[in-house]
Design a protein around this ligand. Structure first.
Ligand SMILES: [Zn+2]
Length: 205
């Protein structure tokens, strides 16, 4: 179970340190956390990742220690990640919206506002309460962020890496040329491979 006291401490500490709340807790930051969690949770094939690996990603996105996640939590978060992958794999805004609508209908609660006991600005949540289990929080916060991004951009909120040796998902950066790879590393590897194959084959970033 997530710990509301820890959650409050996290936010209070970040505000006391005058951390930029709007940057750290922006919709885009939440969507990037979703992509990072999907990649750690589903990136090991049939094997489930270690709870420590999942906790490390949560830590990178602002969750304070100690982050208590059990193997059962990870199994349920992995099931949520597989559902969320469908939004990234959709490819077109209409299909991404349909995938999100399915998740919003079956897997999230009604919108509610929380300030985490006064520790944060009021903001929307789709989980049932502030101490909801990790998987419920993950699915609900992800659906909310991806829904707002799709609304704002009228395009899919992200995609799946075009490299055949990579299954990572990524969040689209906003305006600019369409992105195809999860990372510069994948883009470079594919560009080198295309170069080796000879003229006529290309791999854009
Ligand atoms: Zn990749």
């Amino acid at each position: 179970m997530r710990n509301s006291k820890l959650c409050n401490m996290r936010y209070i500490r970040s505000m006391v340190l005058s951390d930029d709340w709007s940057t750290r807790h922006s919709v885009l930051a939440n969507a990037r956390r979703t992509a990072a969690l999907i990649n750690i949770l589903t990136g090991t094939g049939d094997r489930q990742p270690q709870p420590e690996a999942v906790a490390e990603v949560l830590g990178e996105y602002g969750e304070l220690e100690p982050i208590e996640i059990s193997p059962d939590d990870v199994a349920r978060m992995r099931a949520a990640a597989l559902l969320l992958r469908e939004v990234f794999a959709a490819g077109h805004v209409d299909a991404a919206a349909a995938a999100l609508n399915r998740l919003l209908l079956k897997h999230t609660g009604p919108p509610r506002l929380t300030s985490h006991g006064g520790g944060t600005p009021w903001h929307p949540h789709l989980d049932s309460h502030d101490d909801a289990p990790w998987d419920e929080w993950f699915l609900a916060s992800s659906c909310l962020a991806l829904t707002v991004l799709l609304w704002d951009r009228q395009s899919p909120p992200g995609g799946v890496c075009a490299s055949s040796s990579c299954q990572n998902v990524y969040v689209t950066q906003g305006q600019g040329p369409a992105r195809r790879y999860c990372s510069r590393r994948c883009a470079t590897r594919e560009r080198v491979a295309a170069h080796r194959r000879g003229p006529g084959s290309t791999a854009g970033a």
